[in-house]
Design a protein around this ligand. Structure first.
Ligand SMILES: Cc1cc2nc3c(=O)[nH]c(=O)nc-3n(C[C@H](O)[C@H](O)[C@H](O)COP(=O)(O)OP(=O)(O)OC[C@H]3O[C@@H](n4cnc5c(N)ncnc54)[C@H](O)[C@@H]3O)c2cc1C
Length: 388
């Protein structure tokens, strides 16, 4: 695998960090990429090395112990990481993405000081709990509820498919606090800590891809959460749906970066395979279909990169990028599936060998089109903003 070129304007400090991360990806992450898939776990010593690099604190502001990376910089790191195995990003990115960004965006100063340094150091892994058995795409349809009783909120309900629930110490949980208002003022985001009475994590889901990253059900049965654990404090009761949607905008850009990294991994395998065939004396004309397919991969990834980093830059400039982030997610994740599928034709019998990891990519990137909003939901968001 080759290092991602940094053809984007970033600080010298970040270039040095990126070079360090690239070296780590090559020496420590790539060699065990297949192992992570087959053993369905990232070794703890690898997670520890990731912690030491500071990657659990990428978007956390420096004032709270994080690296304070910009969106562009963070996407460059994800693109690099996912050239190996998508699960590294799930382990890191869910924690410093959807799991903790609610606190970064909307948390009180006290919540930021209490939790962000621990999240940034990797001491606390975090998870984000929105989806329920009857509320996936239609997130406003959640039924998990929280009722204020004295100094505590009492949570009841189930959440499903929660990434990193087995590792997480801290959960951002989205629950209904006013049935009559629902998404327009009736949904609240809570900080729930592992071990709070009435909160249990179920068994891991057995799934087709992202094998080294686990999802679980969460069960809340009269779970008592301190009054002050509303993200942003009591004045943000009812504002949780907005917090969740803000968190997902950035999450969708990250999915674009991951899909791009996976596409590059597969494209590189294909170009090496074609080079070998050409150098073994096969006439160039006899491989025209494969060369065209490879060229199409290059065209698509080039376009995807422009979209991703243009949108990341817009976000760094303070713009709302809801529509653009949805475009990036659809374009990049659907592209990654097409590229992984086309690679099976180019690579011939080599493509189906587990060792070459194309089948792993094919399974993993298919899941990218489901979570943080399916492709259909992204299209609804885009169309809505065009015809509002
Ligand atoms: C690997 C993985 C990790 C996940 N991690 C998390 C996590 O950490 N936290 C969390 O909260 N959730 C998580 N999820 C859940 C994920 O966000 C949901 O699966 C997703 O939102 C889709 O919801 P659903 O599965 O209930 O499908 P549904 O919403 O039931 O949708 C089923 C199908 O119908 C389509 N559809 C739905 N509504 C419409 C419509 N209005 N118009 C057209 N088509 C529509 C969808 O696109 C989809 O194809 C994860 C899921 C996976 C697979």
């Amino acid at each position: 695998m080759s290092a991602i070129p940094i053809d984007i304007d970033v600080s010298e400090e970040f270039r040095l960090l990126h070079a360090k991360i690239s070296g780590f990806v090559r020496t420590s992450l790539d060699p065990i990429s297949l192992q992570v898939d087959t053993e369905e776990r990232i070794p703890e010593e690898t997670v520890e090395a990731i912690r030491r690099l500071g990657l659990f604190g990428m978007p956390v502001p420096k004032a709270y112990g994080g690296l304070g990376l910009t969106t562009v910089e963070e996407m460059l790191v994800y693109e690099e990481l996912t050239q190996t195995n998508a699960c590294y990003r799930s382990r890191i990115g869910t924690s410093n993405g959807i799991g903790s960004m609610g606190i970064v965006y909307d948390g009180t100063e006290d919540q930021k000081r209490t939790y962000l340094p621990r999240i940034a150091s990797g001491e606390y892994t975090t998870a984000f709990a929105l989806t329920e058995p009857d509320a996936g795409s239609d997130a406003a349809n959640i039924s998990a509820s929280a009722v204020l009783e004295g100094d505590h909120w009492v949570l009841n309900g189930n959440k499903v498919f929660i990434t990193n629930a087995d590792q997480a110490r801290l959960f951002t949980v989205i629950a209904l606090t006013d049935e009559t208002k629902r998404a327009s003022g009736g949904v609240t985001a809570f900080i729930v800590e592992r071990g709070m009475p009435g909160f249990t994590v179920g068994a891991a889901d057995v799934k087709m891809g992202l094998k080294g990253s686990h999802t679980h059900e969460l069960v809340f049965k009269d779970c008592r959460v301190p009054r002050d654990n509303v993200i942003g404090g009591m004045e943000r009761v009812g504002q949780g749906f907005r917090t969740a949607m803000k968190v997902l905008d950035k999450g969708r850009l990250s999915m674009g970066a991951c899909a791009l990294g996976a596409s590059r991994k597969v494209m590189q395998l294909c170009s090496e395979h074609l080079k070998r065939k050409l150098s073994s004396g096969r006439p160039r004309e006899s491989l025209q279909a494969d060369q065209f397919a490879l060229a199409d991969m290059a065209i698509q990834t080039y376009a995807a990169r422009q979209m991703l980093y243009h949108t990341a830059r817009l976000r760094d400039q303070g713009n709302t990028v809801t529509q653009e982030a949805s475009m990036v997610k659809v374009f990049c994740t659907e592209m990654a599936s097409r590229i992984a599928d086309a690679a099976l034709d180019i690579l011939e019998e080599d493509g189906c060998l587990t060792a070459n990891q194309v089948e792993m990519v094919l399974r993993d990137v298919r899941l990218y089109r489901l979570y943080e909003g399916t492709s259909e939901i992204q299209r609804i968001i885009i169309a809505r903003s065009l015809v509002k």
